[in-house]
Design a protein around this ligand. Sequence first.
Ligand code: ATP
Length: 306
Amino acid sequence: MSILRVDNLCRRFDRIQAVDGVSFAIEPGEIYGLLGPNGAGKTTTISIIARLLDADSGSVVIGTGKGDPRRQLGLVPQEMALAEKLTGRECLAFTGKLYDLSGSDLRRRVQQRLADVGLQDRADDRVAAYSGGMQRRLNIAAALLHDPKLVLLDEPTAGVDPQARVYIFEIVEKLAAGGAAVLYTTHYMEEAQRLCHRIGIMDQGKLLAEGTLGELVAKIGARRGLCVTADGLNEPVATQLAASLECAEFEYEGDNLRMSVADAQGSLLAAVRSADQMKLALRGVSIEEPNLEAIFLKLTGKALRD
Ligand code: ATP
């Protein structure tokens, strides 16, 4: 059974339809990515699910729909709510009390969450002395104290360094492996691609498509790409090589020519033959799988830049 079911959610702010008929569901153990540019409606969607905002229409059901939804979910908001004068441990203890946790149970949970996010050695330092990545991890730990079965993370890697980002990925993967359902918003394509089991592509309040990467590729008919690297590539040479493969969609930059092809395997062999006939100093030919960038471009007509 799904842990989260969102059905036909709508929310308007004056003239802006921030969320426009969004529906999706998340199963236990699944990481669902909401991918979209700034202003797509991701935060508004998460805020409605977390009961911080009311929807104009539509429904959100968590679990069986019974019990206090706030107790069943953990929210990691974009803006961190940490008391910088407190230590990491004190911060978590304070948050735990908001969930009516106390005594040895609270102490045990705080210790466990600090270890889960790799902050046990810094637990008694003040939050003000934490790096941005450490503060993010503490923020995640705070949302997990009450063992929520649904975890909402709103752009959790915004502004953190690559190392901290990988750490956060590991925390999220462990959460899902433990059976939680995770809703993860991001505007980083490679993050959605690397981390999420299913991805919902959002733009201007609408969920344009959803599925695994493979399903999205099949749905929109994105093609694989062929990348040829050769010394001394220039426009006439690139055009001639692409034409020899009957490829109309291509771009080249420096020594690299990228072509969108229907039959990547066949085109790879043909590219090697053509390059040989054209006496090109070939350095490499590789097949590129269609990625979210190509899918987003095809769905919206615009690029989703990181
Ligand atoms: P970001 O990645 O920048 O957070 P987002 O995908 O989360 O973007 P939202 O923050 O949900 O997008 O915003 C969706 C749209 O709704 C935007 O056009 C935004 O300006 C508008 N919006 C959001 N909150 C409000 C508000 N409180 N009042 C007015 N407009 C709002």
